[in-house]
Design a protein around this ligand. Sequence first.
Ligand code: PLP
Length: 438
Amino acid sequence: MADEIDRPTPRRKPKPEVTRIGGRDLSPATLMMGFGFDPMLSEGALKPPIFLTSTFAFESAAAGKRHFEGLTGKRTGEMEGLVYSRFNGPNQEIVEDRLGIWDGAEDALVFSSGMSAIATLLLAYTGAGDVIVHSGPLYAATEGFIGKVMAKFGVTWLDFPAGADRGEIEQVLEQARVKAAEQGGKLALIYLESPANPTNALVDIEAVAAAREAVCGESQHVSPIAIDNTFLGPLWQRPLANGADIVVYSLTKYAGGHSDLVAGGLSGAKRWMDPVRALRNTMGTICDPNTAWMLLRSLETLEIRMRRATENAVRVCDMLKDHPKVEGVGFLGLLAEGPQLDIYRRHCTGPGSTFSLFVRGGEAESFRFLDSLRIAKLAVSLGGTETLASHPAAMTHLSIAPERRAALGITDNLVRISIGIEDPDDLIADFDQALAAV
Ligand SMILES: Cc1ncc(COP(=O)(O)O)c(C=O)c1O
């Protein structure tokens, strides 16, 4: 009788998943249409229904116990059944499976925003006395969270500039190791953002991994390298292949891709995801089912959207680079021979479609340009189907002290542009007339 009650929960996911056909690994673009979802488990619905429920009924008390054992790590292997929507739900699980495919990651987690992903990650990996080493610049809210919020918990930080070479990075990691030992903590996390928002500066992930190995030796396994891959991922950069452990996203940007949702993501090996999942379970920073469903819709077109936007950006930047009203263009497709191009060749497969435009002049000239745009919308954010333009020094990075902004290259004539999937000739005409008005 007991055996009958304690029978395994019926399957909830497609098994086995089809990921290879005729000796060929299916590409992420193909897998985005069906991976992780079996219509036959949902009345034949081709697309996953949105599971609007706060909790999940157990088949039996014993099944409930098994699910909680899975949830709390007392039982290893995949979670057998769902428990409560603060922990996970079907829509979120499918997005997590599909996000992991893009990054070549064993596991992934989705969050209610990029910042809630970042905050949960930082809180999961650090404690009093610990030191975070990060590259600079970072998205301003990330920098603020590390500098102001983590400081309240006794966590300190050191940084190195995005373009730093292996020697410089090693020096900073060594300082951090010494500082952490003095504070009774550890070098808890190496946090990168590459390309950096808003300068597009690239971090040499391979150099960071080599420096960590040199400085930390065996204990490198307690200091994961996390990297915010929002600007190029998941199509144009796969940082796990270059030595990163955790990939961070604002899924609000290219992954969501239509400027109609806010979400975040992390991916990496299960051992790196587990502590973050446990804290997400406690805090409830997971994204809601509706947002997860929209992300599934978006991931189906990710590759064509990112390719078209990048082709457009190449065309637009080609016009901008020689324009007399333009001082420079910070576009990864226009890097000159040097260390940044070397990193680009080793880490990236495409330049993306977000770049910085340095208008000749200062804030007044930049504002005139922004106010004259007719197709491009004046808004912060990036990675949507539409072209957006903003002024980081006066907007997203206003909270950063002017001296630090200057040191990071966030000047008053820097306009950040995210190119969408419109007709490129229309965009070129719009930028041309807006520059003429400067
Ligand atoms: C590079 C980067 N990381 C993280 C974030 C934060 O993401 P979210 O706005 O989804 O919280 C942003 C937002 O602009 C970003 O540009």
